[in-house]
Ligand binder design. Structure first.
Ligand SMILES: Cc1cc2nc3c(=O)[nH]c(=O)nc-3n(C[C@H](O)[C@H](O)[C@H](O)COP(=O)(O)OP(=O)(O)OC[C@H]3O[C@@H](n4cnc5c(N)ncnc54)[C@H](O)[C@@H]3O)c2cc1C
Length: 436
């Protein structure tokens, strides 16, 4: 395959040189077949190979082609479903165990970089989630109580602390997690694939899994020119699994976008005086960080319309300037879309869904660490070490509703967005009234 095969992005432009992996041709027997060469499939493959299993992984396009090679690169615990909702749904003890599994995911990503000798992929420390409305005087107390309940390491930052580092009146209090970090996600995916191969995993690019059938105690996975027979199959295809299993109907594709500016010089550091990963807490809110010394990598927006908008660069420029107008003239050098896979309940689908058939998918917009957490639970399940994957069992593989599901999700998103907008406006008006 040509060097230009990856869709244009700053990550593709700065990626490691990587060999093309051959298509699967012919029959092969394995302990485990894995569908999908994103983080979920790659971590699962690597963790199983470390335990001595024979693994074959097939990827329709190229390693890290999907969400894993295009995301914001933020690594931190938690899930797409907010922690308050998780506690409400499952109770404190269960929510705490799930949160701990997500923290384990963070640790797996961090230690894999060390094991692979790729500390350069780690691009910075610290993660800050910021509110766009005032959270009230008891924010710090509430946050500390939540952190204690979950066993989390985040700590509250007051508004003046946030605004000293992020020069915008749009922001209020924040939660800072010193253990969060940032990566170059495409290089992480490529390194995981290379390391999995070193451990004996057979990786095939340009190889779509087209059908899956049970034969006695084994599964038969067919591709255009080949066939894998394996006792276990792991479905890690995110929102684009295809027709091989009904699981694809349970994962809704939701688009989001990332842009990278040209080099901005000192004005960037004057507006954003912090090198960690920053996200606001709105639905489909902004997430960003500084890369390459003085470029701004900015992500945001969500929509169920998965086509790339014609005015993507202009949209992203407007989003940046709505927070940091002082940046002035901005060139967007790269802008690209990515597809996240969401289940209706917004939690990942992880676990054994039929004997020997495993799901490790639907991580939504929280997947860099969470895929590792899911892979770790699936690998431990396949090798009969433990059944930690059952922590995810309350979140089943219910149908996401196809096209109707997309319409419903879009409506809910618009409603939530409208309520975020309304909260901001109401607060701004109240502040004005207080001043006058
Ligand atoms: C723009 C964007 C920004 C994001 N930012 C962040 C962030 O900062 N932090 C964070 O934690 N999360 C973020 N996420 C979410 C995170 O990237 C994903 O949750 C995670 O990468 C999902 O990994 P995955 O392996 O499940 O899916 P993917 O990376 O999408 O991989 C699935 C792979 O399976 C392949 N495949 C599918 N079906 C088949 C088949 N039948 N046969 C063969 N191959 C198949 C696909 O080609 C694809 O390469 C973001 C996502 C996007 C899109």
């Amino acid at each position: 395959m040509a060097d230009t095969d990856y869709p244009a992005s700053w990550y593709a432009a700065t990626r490691d040189a990587t060999p093309e992996r051959p298509r699967l041709n012919g029959r092969v027997a394995a302990d485990v077949a894995i569908v999908g060469g994103g983080f979920a499939g790659l971590h699962t493959a690597r963790l199983l190979a470390m335990r001595g299993m024979k693994v074959v992984l097939v990827e329709r396009q190229r390693i890290g082609w999907g969400a894993s090679g295009r995301n914001g690169g933020f690594v931190g615990p938690g899930f797409a479903l907010r922690t308050g909702a998780l506690i409400e749904r499952l109770g404190e003890d269960h929510a705490r165990q799930l949160y701990a599994q997500s923290q384990r995911g963070v640790e797996i990503v961090r230690s894999s970089l060390k094991e692979m000798g790729r500390s350069d992929i780690l691009m910075g420390w610290g993660r800050l989630s910021i509110a766009r409305t005032d959270q009230g005087p008891d924010f710090a107390e509430r946050s500390r109580a939540l952190a204690k309940k979950l066993g989390a390491t985040f700590e509250p930052w007051e508004t003046d602390q946030v605004r000293a580092l992020l020069v915008t009146p749009r922001y209020f209090q924040g939660l800072h997690d010193a253990q969060g970090f940032q990566v170059h996600p495409l290089n992480l995916a490529l390194s995981l694939a290379a390391d999995a191969e070193r451990l004996g995993v057979q990786v095939h690019e340009g190889t779509e899994a087209r059908s899956l059938e049970r034969r006695g105690i084994e599964w038969q996975l067919r591709t255009a020119m080949g066939e894998i027979t394996a006792r276990h199959v792991v479905l890690a295809g995110n929102a684009d699994l295809g027709r091989i299993h009904r699981l694809s109907g349970a994962v809704l594709p939701v688009a989001t976008y990332v842009a990278v500016t040209g080099k901005l010089g000192p004005r960037l550091g004057e507006a954003i005086r912090w090198r960690g990963a920053i996200a606001d807490t709105r639905r489909g809110g902004d997430y960003y960080r500084i890369v390459d010394d003085d470029r701004l990598l900015w992500g945001g927006r969500i929509t169920t319309d998965t086509r790339e908008p014609a005015r993507l660069r202009a949209m992203m420029r407007a989003d940046i300037l709505s927070i940091y107008p002082q940046l002035g003239e901005l060139e967007i050098e790269y802008a690209w879309p990515g597809i996240m896979g969401y289940a209706l309940h917004r939690m990942p689908q992880v676990g054994e869904i039929e004997p020997g058939l495993w799901a490790c998918t639907a991580f939504g917009g929280h997947g860099v660490a969470q895929t590792a957490a899911g892979a770790d639970a699936v690998a431990a399940g396949i090798t009969h070490e433990d059944d930690r994957w059952r922590l995810f069992a309350p979140f089943g593989t219910a149908w996401a509703g196809g096209a109707l599901g997309r319409v419903g999700t879009q409506l809910v998103y618009w409603k939530l967005k409208a309520s975020d907008w309304w909260d901001e406006k109401r607060q701004a008006k109240n502040a004005e009234t207080l001043r006058t």
